[in-house]
Design a protein around this ligand. Structure first.
Ligand SMILES: O=C(O)CCC(=O)C(=O)O
Ligand SMILES: [Fe+2]
Length: 215
């Protein structure tokens, strides 16, 4: 939430940078509108099934490459088999600008995967590494709606040491370099904290932009 007290940017771990309020309300609304578009059937948000038999509590849709545990495909292999929706050029531009904002240096960062996750008030995400990409380029994360506790850990295991950060609507988080393969997760959302001007009544959206390293 773009409150009265500005929240400082912070480097949570080397290469892991939190930039509060990176997206102003106009940009947040644009991204929300796009998420709504991407979530419309046949795209439709779905809960991925884990090999363990469990079902993820977040609902998601992908652009560019379709992710399901634990691989990428050009087709929705765990659904109706259709081709994944294209990754738009403007979103790659946002990804590039995000990396520049986080690291303070121009880059030629060109993401080609977006994972859009929707969290209702009970959804969470266990500690995991993002390691199904064949590129060690940074991961860009954008948040909309309800805030959450984002747990950013270490590269060795799911446990401590970790740092809990609150991600609010409009916040950017980038993890790359030595933090690219750090474990991270969302232990809970904070449903009492919404962004009133956004137009998302409940829940949280998170969009991660990634480089597949695949052709
Ligand atoms: O929702 C978030 O902030 C993190 C999402 C995430 O870690 C993922 O999609 O791999
Ligand atoms: Fe992740």
């Amino acid at each position: 939430m773009q409150g009265l007290i500005p929240r400082p940017r912070s480097e949570v771990a080397p290469g892991a940078v939190h930039v509060p309020d990176w997206l102003d309300l106009t940009r947040q609304r644009e991204l929300l509108e796009a998420c709504r578009e991407w979530s419309r059937p046949p795209g439709a948000l779905r809960s991925a099934r884990l090999p363990s038999g469990g079902v993820m509590s977040v609902r998601s849709v992908c652009l560019g490459w379709h992710w399901y545990p634990y691989q990428y495909s050009r087709t929705v292999d765990d659904g109706d088999g259709r081709e994944v929706a294209p990754f738009p050029r403007w979103l790659a531009d946002w990804g590039q600008a995000a990396v520049t904002a986080a690291y303070g240096a121009e880059t030629d960062h060109r993401p080609d995967i977006a994972l859009i996750n929707y969290y209702d008030s009970t959804a969470r995400m266990g500690m995991h590494q993002d390691r199904d990409e064949r590129s060690d380029a940074p991961v860009v994360s954008l948040s909309l709606g309800t805030a959450c506790v984002f747990r950013f850990g270490n590269t060795d295991n799911r446990g401590k040491p970790y740092t809990d950060v609150q991600l609010h609507s409009g916040d950017l988080f980038v993890f790359g370099g030595p933090s690219r393969y750090a474990y991270h997760g969302v232990p809970r959302t904070l449903p009492e904290s919404t962004e009133p001007g956004l137009g998302l009544r409940t829940g949280r959206l998170n969009v991660t932009l990634r480089v597949s390293g695949m052709a």
